[in-house]
Write a protein that binds this ligand. Structure first.
Ligand code: SPQ
Length: 432
C-alpha cells in the first residue's frame, strides 16, 4: 500500500479530456457477449481492474476473449457453451461482477465457486441469492448465502415476480439474467428506478424486454445474437472532473463522450441546482445510450437538499458531491442514501472521516450526511482511500483546493474504475 503526496493548491484546471469507458456498460458487454451466439466487438472498453476481473471470470468459463488496448472481441458461446470452471471465479473488488454472475450462472447446469477481495467479502449477497433461490437456484455461501465465497450449482429455474426492497441495478440485472434461463416470465419491480444498462443492452443483443414504470419483465428462453458495442465515457468518472472544474479557481474543463443515460445523470441535476456553470453540447445516441460533451467552469455554488428518487441516479457520485458541497454557500443535506453503507466501503463513514481530516464541516446521519459549506480552502492532512476507488479520487480532487500538504494512502485502488485518473488530472493542471 503506497502513500502518495498529492498536488495541492492548484491555480486552475484547463483543457479537454476523453472520459474512459463506462464501467457498468463494459461489464455487461462481456457478460452478454459471452452468452450470445457469434462474435461481439466492443470499443472503448474500460481497462479498469473490475472489468478485467469480469473478463478473467468468463475466460475461466471457457469463453475466448481477445483484447487489444480498449478494443475487445468476445467469441460468444451461448448459454449452453459455458464450461464448468476448474478454478474458483475471482471477482476481485467488483460487486457488479459478483452479483450479476450469480444470477447468470444460477440457470446453467454447471457448478462454480466465486470469491472476491476483502471488501467483497463484507458486501451483502442475500439481496440476490434470496430472490434467485425463490426461482429455484441452488446457491450456498457464508451466513446462509449472504457473503462470499459462494458456491452455485446451476439448474432449472422458474420465473418470479420479485418486488425488490432496494433500488439496485445489480439486484434487477442478476434476476433478469437468471430469468433468461427460467421457464415463463420474470418480473422485477423496484421502489425507484435504478440504472437500466442491462435492459438497453439486452435489446441491442436482440432480446425483448418490457418496461412499465418501475417494473421490468423478460421472457425465458430468448437467445442473444452477438453485436457491436461502442462504450460511452463513464459519467461516474466524469463526475470527479465536473466537481474539480466547479471548485478549483480559474478552471474551464471539457469532458468528451460522456454517457448521459437519464438513470445516471443525477450529478448533472445537482450541479445545475447548486448553480454550476455547465454546458451540454454535441448530444447524440450510440447503441441505445445517449452521449454528450460537457464543459464546466469555476462556479459560485449554493447548498441544496438531495434525496428521494434522485439517489439511485447519483449514488456513486455522493462522495464527490460531498466535496462539492464543502465549497457551497450554506448547508447541503444528503438523505435516503443508506445504500452508501454497503458499497466498497461504508461511504457515509469514509467520506465524513476523510473530509473532516481536511477541515471540512460534515456530519454523518443514518441515511446520508450534512455538509456546512465554508467556501474556503481545505487544509492539509493524511488521508486514506480505505481501498475504495471513489474515495481515493474524491480526495485527490479535494487536495486541489487544499492549502497544506495532503498524503493519500492506498491510491492504487483508483485503478478499479479509472486507471488514467492521475494522468488526466495532470493534463488539466498543465493546461492552466
Ligand atoms: O461494482 P461495484 O463494486 O458495486 O461498484 C459501484 C461503484 O462505486 O463503482 C458501487 F460501489 O457501482 C455500482 C453501483 O453503485 C455499479 C452498478 C452496476 O453496474 O449495476 C450499480 C450500482 O450498485 P447497486 O447496488 O445500486 O445496483
Amino acid at each position: 500500500m503506497n502513500t502518495q503526496k498529492l498536488q495541492t493548491n492548484i491555480a486552475g484546471l484547463n483543457g479537454s479530456i476523453d472520459i474512459p469507458g463506462d464501467k457498468s456498460i463494459s461489464h455487461r458487454s462481456i457478460m452478454l457477449g459471452a452468452i450470445a451466439q457469434g462474435k461481439t466487438i466492443v470499443d472503448n472498453f474500460l481497462l479498469g481492474d473490475d472489468c478485467l476481473s469480469t473478463i478473467s471470470c468468463f475466460e475461466k468459463l471457457g469463453v475466448k476473449i481477445s483484447q487489444d488496448n480498449n478494443h475487445v472481441e468476445i467469441e460468444g458461446v451461448g448459454f449452453d457453451g459455458l464450461r464448468e470452471p476448474v478454478e474458483v471465479l475471482d471477482t476481485g473488488n467488483s460487486g457488479t461482477t459478483t452479483r450479476l454472475m450469480v444470477g447468470l450462472l444460477s440457470g446453467i447446469p454447471i457448478h462454480s465457486c466465486m470469491i472476491g477481495d476483502e471488501s467483497i467479502a463484507k458486501r451483502p449477497m442475500k439481496r440476490v441469492t434470496e430472490p434467485l433461490r425463490q426461482m429455484g437456484a441452488k446457491i450456498d455461501g457464508r451466513e446462509d448465502g449472504n457473503f462470499t465465497p459462494l458456491a452455485i450449482r446451476g439448474g432449472s429455474l422458474e420465473g418470479v415476480h420479485y418486488q425488490s426492497p432496494v433500488a439496485s441495478a445489480q439486484v434487477k440485472s442478476s434476476i433478469l439474467l437468471a430469468g433468461l434461463n427460467a421457464t415463463g416470465t420474470t418480473t422485477v419491480t423496484e421502489p425507484h428506478k435504478s440504472r437500466d444498462h442491462t435492459e438497453r443492452m439486452l435489446r441491442a443483443f436482440g432480446v425483448e424486454v418490457e418496461e412499465n414504470g418501475l417494473t421490468v419483465t423478460i421472457k425465458g428462453g430468448q437467445k442473444l445474437t452477438g453485436t457491436t458495442i461502442q462504450v460511452p465515457g463513464d459519467i461516474s468518472s466524469a463526475a470527479f472532473f465536473l466537481v474539480a472544474g466547479a471548485i478549483v479557481p480559474n478552471s474551464r474543463i471539457t469532458l468528451k463522450n460522456v454517457g448521459m443515460n437519464p438513470t445516471r445523470t443525477g450529478i448533472i441535476d445537482v450541479l445545475v441546482k447548486m448553480g454550476a456553470r455547465l454546458e451540454i453540447e454535441n448530444e447524440r445516441v450510440e447503441n441505445n445510450e445517449p452521449i454528450a460533451d460537457l464543459t464546466i467552469q469555476t462556479s459560485n455554488l449554493k447548498g441544496i437538499e438531495i434525496g428521494g428518487d434522485i439517489i439511485p441516479r447519483l449514488i456513486d457520485e455522493i462522495p464527490v458531491i460531498a466535496l462539492l458541497a464543502t465549497q457551497a454557500d450554506g448547508k447541503t443535506i444528503i438523505k435516503d442514501a443508506g445504500e452508501l453503507k454497503v458499497k466498497e466501503t461504508n461511504r457515509i463513514d469514509t467520506v465524513v472521516r476523510e473530509l473532516s481530516e481536511l477541515g471540512a464541516v460534515i456530519e454523518p446521519t443514518d441515511d446520508g450526511m450534512i455538509i456546512s459549506g465554508q467556501k474556503k480552502q481545505l487544509t492539509g492532512g493524511d488521508v486514506h482511500s480505505h481501498g475504495d476507488h471513489r474515495i481515493g479520487m474524491m480526495l485527490a480532487v479535494a487536495a486541489c483546493i487544499s492549502n497544506g500538504e495532503v498524503n493519500l494512502t492506498d491510491s492504487e485502488s483508483i485503478s478499479v474504475s479509472y486507471p488514467s485518473f492521475f494522468e488526466h488530472l495532470n493534463v488539466l493542471i498543465e493546461g492552466n
